[in-house]
Design a protein around this ligand. Structure first.
Ligand SMILES: CC(C)(COP(=O)(O)OP(=O)(O)OC[C@H]1O[C@@H](n2cnc3c(N)ncnc32)[C@H](O)[C@@H]1OP(=O)(O)O)[C@@H](O)C(=O)NCCC(=O)NCCS
Length: 192
């Protein structure tokens, strides 16, 4: 019988340094810390949060969505301190085809410590081995090569690009993008 995406509740994921867990309302202040920063959001689809109430609204929406699986969105936290410093999620593109797209963002002071690629490896492992995704893609603006590097370090490979005006940023307008991809039957956790 044809396999379908599993409607499982978004679980905690553990890596060496991180705990990825579903968002809680108490994370709103931490989220506002990165969502109000135009340097963080410039390559993202969502606009800069002007008030913490916007962060509360987003988290409340995610908590609601979580009750209706499959919906996968995690707060990135440090295992050692519990500090919440970013978010990562898989948007389901098509349940029957078992395809999804990853997205992520981190507070600026946490960049370039290997956290995004460490988290993404755990997310891909979950996506292929537990949730039964077959294809996971990710897009990054041409001018945001660090995001492409994150996906490469997590074992994704470039499939297409530059894709003209692939998505719209409130700050920069339409952005050209590269697409990277990984598949359940060939992805290997590089552990890098
Ligand atoms: C993109 C982002 C998630 C990276 O997170 P991170 O935790 O710093 O990523 P990692 O440390 O795991 O890896 C980043 C890699 O990119 C490299 N890098 C950083 N800036 C770079 C640049 N301008 N050009 C090329 N590579 C760059 C780093 O050196 C590192 O590679 P290395 O480990 O081989 O040295 C983070 O910068 C961020 O949240 N940016 C704002 C939101 C965003 O752009 N999200 C992605 C949207 S597609």
């Amino acid at each position: 019988m044809r396999e379908t995406l599993r409607a499982i509740v978004c679980p905690n994921l553990y890596t060496e340094r991180l705990l990825l867990r579903p968002f809680e309302m108490g994370d709103a202040m931490a989220m506002f810390g990165w969502a109000c920063d135009p340097e963080v959001t410039r390559y993202l689809r969502f606009h800069v949060h002007e008030d913490i109430s916007e962060s509360k609204r987003v988290i409340s929406h995610w908590i609601d969505q979580m009750k209706n699986p499959p919906f996968f969105h995690w707060a990135l936290t440090l295992r050692e301190t519990g500090q919440v410093f970013g978010s990562m999620g898989i948007e389901v593109i098509n349940k029957t085809d078992r395809s999804g797209e990853v997205g992520y963002c981190l507070s600026k002071h946490m960049w370039n410590k290997g956290y995004a690629s460490e988290a993404l490896r755990a997310v891909l492992h979950f996506a292929f081995n537990t949730a039964a995704f077959h294809r996971i893609q990710g897009c990054h603006a041409i001018d945001n090569p660090a995001s492409g590097k994150v996906m490469e370090k997590a074992g994704m490979v470039r499939e297409a690009g530059p894709l003209r005006h692939w998505y719209y940023s409130d700050i920069l307008g339409y952005l050209d993008s590269n697409m990277l991809v990984a598949f359940s039957d060939t992805w290997q956790d590089s552990g890098r």
